[in-house]
Design a protein around this ligand. Structure first.
Ligand SMILES: Nc1ncnc2c1ncn2[C@@H]1O[C@H](COP(=O)(O)OP(=O)(O)OP(=O)(O)O)[C@@H](O)[C@H]1O
Ligand SMILES: [Mg+2]
Length: 797
């Protein structure tokens, strides 16, 4: 595409025919129709890897190049900021810095942008805080406490889920009250109402509000809606199957019906009902299934050819998803041939599974077939990453975990950000209460309760109540607390002056850490945890520093002012590089943002199946295929949930380009207890001939599996060790697979670490190839003889 960038600037908006042809030349006829279609609403439905995202990206480029559309008229909604960046890049290649005025973002970023601009219309300040699920749960806890609700009967977590569902359905507190039919619903409605009031006082919005309030804005203020409809003549949405009711309504409002004199915008949505995996966030495939009913003039284009995976992988995906009831049958096919068989592996336990994965990665990379960066490991829930991390660290295998306990969820990082948020928005109750006595400054729970009660009585924000405390207007506050509060307010005022002066975010953060004593306290501590907290805070300062530098670079002096039709920057949007812009960036960071392109930096990527949506990797390990793990326990007795899990399996399988591994563990520890799990039912749904089982469960071993070398090991260790080893020694393994399975080379005297037995020293070795064994002295766990083949939970030190 860079060739296009070098073309002379056209005198007309449209590009030379050759450049336009280049945009559609490498598309198949259906893809091309989707790119060229004009006028009526367009739905592209297609299975995984059939080029939906490619069509969307090309369509944007085509609109500019062939149809003379101005980038400022385009609003593209993608699920991840990563996809957004790709689209922006492609458009910059075509039109240069003008691409900046195009809106390409997630639903949330787009709505935040509109809300900051229109905050006054909604009676808010444009410096509002964004509460993530943790902040929102904190506030709900406070509200429930104030309403005297029994936390056992009404846990904050449950209340939060109910409130979120109501918001996703665009139900406001008064509707929720009138709809309530039982005690729980009435309580939820009551909490919801108070929670919304508190959010308002704190000048804060939670994640669901961001969408709901934007819809409210567009519906209640026709002139505001008209402004956006005039501006955005093209609305494009990727992953449409994962929109919930609020997002669906938002799209409808943005597109318009033409009844207000502004013709409806051109709408193009792409999606795959089989990949709908966000029902728990209210996503509904209704939106894709009923598209033609919602938009009667709509044209639907189907894509069937897959360009991502081998036929073997697609056949497995087709077989699994075809078990779901009530779906439109579609069969993915490819011209790229069958490729390798899928590799299956049954591990003794999760450590054995992780060791197998590590061994295979090592082998694949050694063979030169792929590099670490081409490989992804998927699991159902974040906590499953730990065993992989442990073994990868021990083996020195470079990896990255996407999601999990994220950097921005760490306590010290949240504390530091709470200071920044309270500085940007002095009404931010949750942030203020979080840092009020952190580090300790003598403002106890009782003092905090007095201030909170005062705020509630006076119907003012917590920040204002703190000021009242300083001037002695808060009842029952002792003089010592009053003095401590005065100190805190003064400190925040002084830090606030730095914000007023427009200092760099990193400098403000530095001052916060120094002047509050936060950094000093950690430096003085000899707890190693505190040392790592300090590192995280330094990392946050670095993030802030980089943010400012990027913002400075982004202000491109070469763009003439008249090129920029984006009037929104001037009207309330945070200034580039400002504290507000930094906080917005940090709040909207999604898991998927931190995912590099495949092979961009040579590390193996670990993530949940949910996060993997839309991505692709040459080699994929799908792990933990056990009933109760995947499909998730919750889904086992529930057909709707089971269908959703099956879609998740379909998403996982179809991420793989050339190589796919499916593994499960016979025993897995959950909540500290080992549990025996049966094979995932999804494994049985894949035709047997597609899978090459490297190792099967002993009683599943058919006649094709030989156990010639699987002999009982003699163990001289402790009793439980002995029992475990006997089981290991008796396991059956597909003989065919052994050459592919890594074995550990050990000599007498080598030090090893075993997942179950701990540290040990090799005292004897015997046999070779698949029959190689080593006797290892594990100290108090005794001497144990182990076979050295395949996925051992054992590493040489
Ligand atoms: N016509 C084509 N010729 C060659 N490669 C293509 C073509 N269309 C798509 N591809 C490639 O196929 C892969 C899958 O495309 P893309 O990611 O757009 O599919 P998708 O339908 O969005 O998948 P998913 O459902 O997983 O989001 C990409 O690597 C893309 O570049
Ligand atoms: Mg896609």
């Amino acid at each position: 595409m860079s060739a296009l960038f070098d073309l002379p600037q056209p005198t007309t908006p449209a590009r030379p025919a050759a450049a336009v042809a280049a945009l559609v030349d490498d598309l198949n006829p259906a893809q091309r129709q989707a790119v060229e279609h004009s006028g009526s609403p367009l739905l592209v439905v297609a299975g995984a890897g059939s080029g939906k995202t490619r069509v969307l990206t090309r369509r944007i480029a085509y609109l500019l190049a062939a149809r003379g559309v101005h980038p400022g008229e385009i609003m593209a909604i993608t699920f991840t900021n990563k996809a957004a960046a790709e689209m922006k890049e492609r458009v910059s290649e075509l039109v240069g810095p003008r691409a900046r005025v195009m809106w390409v973002s997630t639903f949330h970023s787009m709505c935040v942008r509109i809300l900051r601009r229109e905050a006054k219309t909604l009676g808010m300040s444009s410096s509002f805080s964004i509460y993530d699920s943790d902040d929102s749960r904190r506030l709900i806890t406070l509200v429930a406490r104030d309403l005297d609700l029994d936390p056992k009967r009404y846990p904050a977590r449950t209340l939060a889920v109910h409130i979120s569902n109501l918001k996703n359905e665009l139900v406001d507190p008064s509707d929720a009250t009138s709809r309530a039919t039982n005690d729980l619903e009435r309580r939820v409605a009551e909490v919801y109402r108070t929670y919304q009031e508190r959010l308002g006082q704190a000048n804060a919005l939670d994640f669901d509000d961001i969408i709901m309030r934007t819809v409210e804005l567009l519906q209640a203020f026709p002139d505001v809606a008209e402004h956006y409809r005039r501006r955005f003549r093209h609305v494009l949405v990727d992953e449409y199957q994962d929109t919930n009711h609020a997002q669906y309504t938002l799209v409808r409002e943005l597109v318009g019906t033409g009844s207000d004199g502004v013709g409806p915008a051109e709408l193009c949505v792409v999606g795959d009902a089989d990949q709908s995996i966000y029902a728990f966030r209210g996503a509904t495939i209704r939106n894709i299934v009923e598209f033609e009913r919602d938009y009667p003039q709509a044209r639907t284009i189907l894509l069937e050819q897959n360009y991502r995976s081998t036929q073997t992988i697609l056949s497995a995906a087709n077989a699994v998803i075809s078990r779901n009831p009530n779906r439109r049958d579609k069969r993915l096919w490819t011209e790229s041939g069958d490729g390798e068989r899928i590799v299956g592996y049954v591990a003794d336990n999760e450590h054995d599974e992780a060791a197998f994965v590590a061994g295979e990665i090592d082998r694949l990379v050694d063979s030169g077939e792929v590099s670490n960066g081409d490989i992804a490991v998927f699991y159902r829930t974040n906590n499953q990453s730990r065993v992989f991390e442990e073994i990868f660290i021990r083996l020195g295998l470079p990896y990255r975990v996407v999601g999990g306990v994220r950097f921005y969820e760490r306590r010290e990082v949240r504390d530091a950000l709470a200071y920044l948020r309270a500085l940007a928005n002095p009404d931010d109750t949750v942030s203020l209460r979080r840092i009020l006595n952190v580090p300790k400054r003598g403002i106890g729970d009782r003092a905090e309760a007095c201030v909170s009660l005062h705020a509630e009585r006076e119907r003012i924000g917590f920040g204002a109540a703190l000021r009242d405390a300083v001037s002695g207007r808060v009842a029952m506050l002792n003089p010592r607390s009053q003095k401590a509060i005065a100190g805190f307010v003064e400190l925040m005022d002084e830090l606030g002056e730095q914000v007023e002066r427009g200092e760099d975010v990193a400098d403000i953060l530095d001052s916060v850490l120094d002047r509050t004593g936060y950094r000093g306290e950690l430096e003085a501590s000899d707890d190693p945890q505190d040392a790592s907290r300090l590192e995280n805070l330094n990392e946050l300062v670095t993030v802030a520093r980089e943010f400012t530098e990027v913002a400075v670079r982004a202000v491109d002096p070469e763009v003439p002012d008249d090129e920029i039709v984006d009037d929104d920057e001037a009207a309330g949007a945070p200034r580039q590089g400002s504290l507000a812009a930094f906080l917005e960036r940090v709040s909207l960071v999604a898991d998927a943002d931190s995912i590099p392109d495949a092979d961009s930096d040579g590390v193996v990527t670990l993530m949940t199946l949910h996060t993997a949506k839309g991505l692709e990797y040459p080699a994929v390990f799908c792990t933990g295929w056990e009933d109760g793990v995947f499909p998730h326990m919750r889904a086992l007795g529930d057909p709707a949930e089971l269908s959703e899990e099956r879609r998740l399996a379909y998403v996982g399988i179809t991420r793989a380009r050339q190589r796919l591994y499916l593994s499960r563990a016979m025993v897995r520890s959950a909540w500290g207890q080992p549990a025996t799990n049966p094979a995932s039912r999804f494994l049985d749904e894949i035709p047997a001939e597609l899978i090459d089982w490297r190792r099967v469960e002993p009683d599943r071993a058919g006649p094709s599996v030989t156990t010639t070398w699987g002999r009982r090991s003699s163990a001289t260790g402790g009793d439980s060790a002995q029992a475990g080893l006997a089981a290991r020694g008796m396991r059956s393994t597909s003989f065919k697979g052994w050459q592919d399975t890594p074995s550990v080379q050990l000599d007498v005297g080598d030090r090893v670490n075993h997942d179950k037995y701990g540290l040990g020293t090799v005292v004897a070795t015997d046999g070779s190839g698949p029959r190689a064994t080593a006797t290892i002295d594990f100290g108090s766990a005794g001497k144990v003889r182990l076979m050295l083949i395949g996925g051992l939970p054992l590493v040489k030190l």
